[in-house]
Unconditional design. Sequence first.
Length: 203
Amino acid sequence: MLRQGSRCLLSRASAASMKWRRPLSTDLPAETAGDSKFVEAWKKLNPNQDPPKTPSSYMKPRPPTPSTIPSKLTVNLVLPYDSVLSGKEVDMVIVPATTGQMGVLPGHVATIAELKPGILSVHEGNEVNKYFLSGGFAFVHANSVADIIAIEATPVDRIDPNLVQKGLAEFQQRLNSASTDVEKAEAQIGVDVHSALNAALTG
């Protein structure tokens, strides 16, 4: 353990003496070399079908970190199959992080946050648009860009409260009657999501 710790300290000292630094995500282009290799491999195996798009293909190249804090936050809301918001400049977003509601303003420190089912609020002047997210991750970059990656994102005004109540009751019943760990886990996920939906609509 001591030797391993010593090697770790030496490597850190060497990196510091060489002024080496790992590139930040803001230094990298939106489309990585990995995406290009994937497209080439896909075309060899399946030339008659377009390759599926990755989240990075929906994102514009990230701007460099400004010397002063900008007045707006640039937001990208990306799903596996769509881009809901692309390069939208807003005043603030509030994301449903697993640690609690997290407000993000221009100049926010670089952060990665896991998201739980809940409401994403996008504030632009007096206008507030709300989306229900099933979960995902938020990547807040030092250049006042926030990339929000989710499996599903639905505008709150398109959610039917009656269907939410019905789904919540069904998953609660499934949870009570579950006999295996898998059934319990699946039912619990359904309860959690529908409970978050219900709270979003009634809150």
